[in-house]
Write a protein that binds this ligand. Structure first.
Ligand code: SF4
Length: 119
């Protein structure tokens, strides 16, 4: 499988995201970056969306929302800027990875990755 959208290096993994609602401050930075992926509900806390589905059952990584390919950078930016450090990104392991494991990116790694990008 080849990334054909012209975005970034070839990436065979699928970006998935979840929010730890216990840490969310509700400031809405994530919804500013990617309103198609993040939403603030009536409780003032952010949740992930995937199309019409909202993952509104707090509880961690049990359900991962798949980010559209064209919004992956926006999701990464949101995670890097999230003041609660509560947006977690994982990459689905696909057969093309041939058994190699792509680790989840923790908040500290996300900040480092963001800082490494040219502005
Ligand atoms: S950026 Fe982080 S802390 Fe702010 S609303 Fe989104 S998930 Fe919550």
């Amino acid at each position: 499988m080849t990334n054909t959208d012209g975005y970034g290096p070839e990436l065979n993994a699928q970006l998935r995201v979840w929010i730890d609602q216990d840490l969310c401050t509700g400031d809405g930075i994530c919804t500013d970056h990617a309103p198609e992926v993040f939403v603030i509900l009536e409780d003032g806390i952010a949740y992930c969306r995937e199309g019409e589905k909202t993952f509104n059952d707090p509880g961690g990584a049990a359900e991962l929302a798949v980010a559209p390919r064209n919004l992956e950078q926006a999701v990464i930016d949101a995670a890097a800027e999230c003041p609660g450090e509560c947006i977690f990104i994982e990459f689905a392991e696909l057969p093309e990875l041939d058994g190699r494991h792509v680790p989840a990116i923790g908040a500290s790694e996300k900040r480092a990755a963001s800082a490494d990008r040219p502005s």
